[in-house]
Design a protein around this ligand. Sequence first.
Ligand code: AMP
Ligand code: GLY
Length: 417
Amino acid sequence: MKILVIGGGGREHAICRALKSSPRVKKLYCAPGNGGIAQIAECPPVMATDIEGVTRFALGNNIDYVVVAPDDPLALGMVDALESAGIRAFGPRQNAAIIESSKVFSKNLMEKYGIPTARWASFTDAGDAIRYIREHGAPIVVKADGLALGKGVVVAEDVSAAEDAVRSMMLDKKFGASGARVVIEEFMTGPEVTVLAFTDGKTLMPMLSSQDHKRAYDGDRGPNTGGMGAFAPSPLYTPEIAATCMETIFMPTADALRAEGRPFKGVLYFGLMLTPSGPRVVEYNARFGDPEAQAVLPLLDTELLDIMEAVTDGRLSEIDIRWKPGAACCVVMASGGYPGEYEKGKIITGLDSLPPDITVYHAGTRCSDGAFYTNGGRVLGVTASGAALGDAVDRAYSGVRRITWDGAHYRTDIGRA
Ligand code: AMP
Ligand code: GLY
């Protein structure tokens, strides 16, 4: 088969590696890919959001199957467009991907079907939103309705910070149209766990649980990022909690989407908070998490391609998904300054002297004359497995310490916090 993966980050590198292990994959492409992905896949210069360009490329190159990994092409309807052109594709259609691209949609869905989540209200008028905040007090959470690169959520410790968030989203249009509506939520407490699940719309199979670390600095301090590292499985996610989630959150979500005429085929991402009153949904995504995928996929012991095709064909119930024992840890190495402003083009050293039990997923790199240069905020995801989480963590950091570039920074407590 000829396969095309859409996207160009660490998650896509992990997906490409997992697909490449299938003997059925004869040729792998990744658009636009990155320097690391280019070592295992051909990377045509087509943007991940360029629906026409991707469709044209897939038709012109006789692609058998397209895997759409990032949120924005899913929200824009890339899977629908590919299917209309007669090309099979992995990922939800636009009418199901809305579970990520509109928080108002997902909150309404949870309310209608009794899925546990934070109490909420939505607003299209900044004055109304501010009155609501004053009435309810802080801490309180303000969220832009639409996609905002993972940065559209403000957990406000006091009323004035919440009001500022409303003003910057609704009046200053910090996230453009994504902030024209806001959701204001009750502040919940408890540890957070991610569960990714394959679903074909009817059958749903959770993957191993994972945890990511969203804050930039050790001890969960500093600004939010796209994710500074992840590990799997989460020791907090007990079999009892898993059973509760399956019964009260996962199946009800898949069933609700089907009942609404929006069957979800692909990977559903459940961002969960384990609150004192039980697990509740913090957010849904319509895709693999990044960097959760880099920690979960190395533990998958069934061909990813077989699972994906079963999802697309609606026969997931026939598949047995196996996991390797042990744990995996992915430490993200970022450019100096990230998540604020950073420079690109720094030469990366140490990549060629790593032991074989360390896998480096490239997130923002460029390859030129055999050397790798930084080309994004999150640059690498250094990943290792081990019999226990501690072994995976130690091994991943032994890799991190060998790699460097001017300004490189990383958290030293991934898997330990
Ligand atoms: P989200 O992008 O919706 O996952 O939100 C980003 C982060 O904000 C989450 O991972 C939580 O740490 C935090 N957060 C979001 N909603 C709430 C809430 N209702 N209560 C407490 N923290 C929240
Ligand atoms: N790691 C969070 C996300 O992928 O949205």
